[in-house]
Design a protein around this ligand. Structure first.
Ligand SMILES: O=C(O)CCC(=O)C(=O)O
Ligand SMILES: [Fe+2]
Length: 242
């Protein structure tokens, strides 16, 4: 109760669906959300119950994020430090979802179909399972692997890469068994990116590969995402397509 809030400015909060007032239906979950725009949080801001483990986890996440962005830069044909140098690995939100057992799972979902709004997601999950990805119009289970992490491309990496990387549509189903716990970490860039124009990486563009998105302000895009709902028809990214 102490942490329960929908105040965007709060770094640590506990809430149910972020779109509770705009959505037609709600997801079967509660969420603890930690915003780390600089990766260097004051430990006293973390809830005591998970302070030590979170601080330890963040250290590893930062390193893993940097390695993943090096690999992705190379895959785009850029210098290995490109994505890191523009701030991709410099900030993230850690979100811990708690999906209670559901008496009627056929009537709801853990999380509705969506693509992550950020750049890249690193997801840790417990052994219950329920995450599914959409491929060729079919849902496929992502079976949990002990000690394994799921890496998802987000909408902003689709923009940066000018559609070379595609964000992945996914959802989580509800289940009689539980609780299921999943902890996605959303990399969405350093706080300093919020006020700067954001768009496809210039080095990737040419006459043969013109920009597929207009430049936009990250803070406006994020405001659109959080003020809409996951089941809306128009996605925030659609506003910026060329
Ligand atoms: O719980 C999961 O496995 C997925 C959660 C998710 O997709 C999200 O928070 O964006
Ligand atoms: Fe997601």
């Amino acid at each position: 109760m102490e942490l329960y809030s929908r105040d965007g400015a709060k770094k640590v909060k506990f809430l149910s669906n972020f779109d509770i007032y705009t959505s037609k239906a709600l997801d079967w979950k509660d969420t603890l959300q930690l915003s780390l725009l600089d990766f260097d949080p004051d430990p006293s801001e973390m809830p005591p119950v998970c302070r030590k483990s979170t601080m330890e986890y963040i250290k590893h996440l930062k390193k893993l994020g940097e390695t993943l962005f090096e690999l992705l830069s190379e895959a785009l044909g850029l210098q290995p430090d490109h994505l890191n140098s523009i701030g991709c690995s410099k900030g993230c939100s850690i979100v811990a979802h708690y999906y209670p057992p559901c008496p009627q799972p056929e009537l709801t979902l853990g999380v509705r179909k969506h693509a992550d709004a950020g750049i890249l997601t690193v997801l840790l999950q417990n052994h219950i399972g329920g995450l599914q990805v959409l491929h060729d119009d079919q849902w496929f289970d992502v079976h949990p692997i002990r000690g394994g992490l799921v890496i998802n491309i987000g909408d902003l990496l689709q923009v940066l890469s000018n559609d070379k990387f595609k964000s992945v549509k996914h959802r989580a189903i509800a289940s009689h068994v539980g609780p299921r716990i999943s902890v996605p970490c959303f990399f969405s860039g350093h706080a300093s990116l919020l006020d700067k124009p954001f768009g496809p990486i210039k080095d990737l563009l040419s006459e043969a590969n013109p920009p597929r998105y207009k430049e936009f302000l990250l803070k406006e895009y994020l405001a659109k995402f959080f003020s809409s709902s996951l089941d809306g028809n128009k996605l925030p990214l659609d506003y910026y397509k060329e």
